[in-house]
Design a protein around this ligand. Structure first.
Ligand SMILES: *[C@@H]1O[C@H](CO)[C@@H](O)[C@H](O)[C@H]1NC(C)=O
Ligand SMILES: *[C@@H]1O[C@H](CO)[C@@H](O)[C@H](O)[C@H]1NC(C)=O
Length: 332
């Protein structure tokens, strides 16, 4: 009988990548979790033979159903989507907290719901692969306190390890690097054309900063998850296609497109001056400071690189290829 891989967010960037790879993997069948079964984007998945079930990370009972009989689970939460929800901002205003603090609490709760539900499937479950990020407050020894899209994931990872040792003994962790498509998040993250035709590209760049792990989630996530399902449990993998400084990334961009380009360090001050709300400017500024000062993984010596865990690194997206295939017409 084939093994069952349950994928959270199967219509999303990371989950979609995992599903596409496992669709053709002998011996596996896929159950994809989506919030809405009637979405048009579900049709190609169904046609590919993927079982789709509706579940909501805020609804523990729905997760119990969705994880039933799983042999492997790929699980993730999405911090940024909370900031699109008006109720999060209303709650922040009412309670005198920042929207990203409210989002972090919600993300932690969803992560705990995932962990609680997975812990009920130990009869069949061999591997939980949890998308997480390093604990920046811890690894920076308290210097970084507003990298909340990292630290919420670290909090529910701590919860898993402390609460469910048996589940922890079957879990591996994927720390996804910096998305190559982050420039699409808005004008502040995109290359900006100057009057003389040259460009300024805002990025996580500081002199002598640590290299950034760049990743193309739609293509690469599946390869990481596949490697972690085979590798011994307890592995933490830094998911990236290429590791380079932001200056090198920006230079590669200019070289491929034949443009003159300068990097601009995307600090909290720069983000504020460009009109970003204060809470976001702080989050973006501190995450860049963390990644360049301590490293994306905080310098955790346990963290493995793709080649260490048997990822077919030749299939991962290289920065040059990403730049070549991306449509930059909106900024050029
Ligand atoms: C916290 O950081 C210390 C090093 O300062 C490290 O030994 C420990 O494993 C880290 N813990 C977590 C949960 O990241
Ligand atoms: C990922 O990209 C590589 C290189 O372009 C390609 O060979 C591979 O087929 C892609 N993988 C998927 C799953 O799309």
């Amino acid at each position: 009988m084939s093994k069952l891989l349950v994928v959270i967010g199967v219509t999303g960037t990371q989950g979609g990548s995992v599903a596409r790879l496992y669709q053709t993997e002998p011996g596996w069948r896929i159950r994809g979790i989506t919030r809405h079964l009637s979405k048009p984007s579900n049709a190609p998945l169904r046609e590919a033979g993927i079982e789709l079930v509706a579940a909501d990370l805020d609804d523990p009972l729905s997760l119990d159903q969705a994880f039933k009989d799983a042999n492997a689970i790929y699980a993730l939460t999405d911090f940024w989507q909370f900031l699109q929800i008006p109720a999060i901002h209303e709650e922040a205003a009412k309670t005198g907290r920042k929207p990203n603090q409210v989002a972090m609490d919600r993300e932690i709760q969803q992560g705990r719901n995932i962990v609680d539900a997975a812990a009920k499937q130990l009869r069949t479950l061999d591997r939980l692969v949890l998308s997480t990020l390093s604990d920046s407050e811890n690894w920076s020894q308290g210097a970084i306190t507003w990298n909340l899209h990292f630290d919420g994931k670290a909090r529910y990872t701590d919860y898993l390890k402390a609460t469910y040792p048996d589940l922890a003994s079957r879990t591996s962790y994927l720390q996804m690097g910096s998305y190559l498509n982050n420039w699409r998040m808005g004008p502040l993250f995109a290359p900006q054309k100057q009057h003389d035709g040259s460009f300024i590209f805002p990025a996580m760049a500081v002199p002598n900063g640590k290299a950034i792990p760049y990743v193309d989630p739609p293509n690469d996530t599946g390869y990481f998850v596949k490697a972690l399902i085979s590798a011994p449990a307890g592995t933490t993998l830094l998911g990236y296609g290429e590791l380079m400084t932001a200056e090198q990334f920006v230079a590669a961009w200019g070289l491929v497109l034949g443009k003159e380009v300068c990097v601009q360090s995307l600090t909290e001050e720069v983000a504020l001056a460009a009109g970003m709300p204060a809470f976001m400017a702080q989050e973006i500024g501190e995450s860049g400071e963390y990644a360049t000062t301590y490293g994306w993984d905080g310098g955790d010596p346990e963290v493995k690189h793709p080649a260490d865990v048997g990822v077919d690194v030749g299939k991962l997206t290289k920065v040059e290829d990403f730049v070549k295939h991306e449509d930059w017409s909106s900024v050029l």
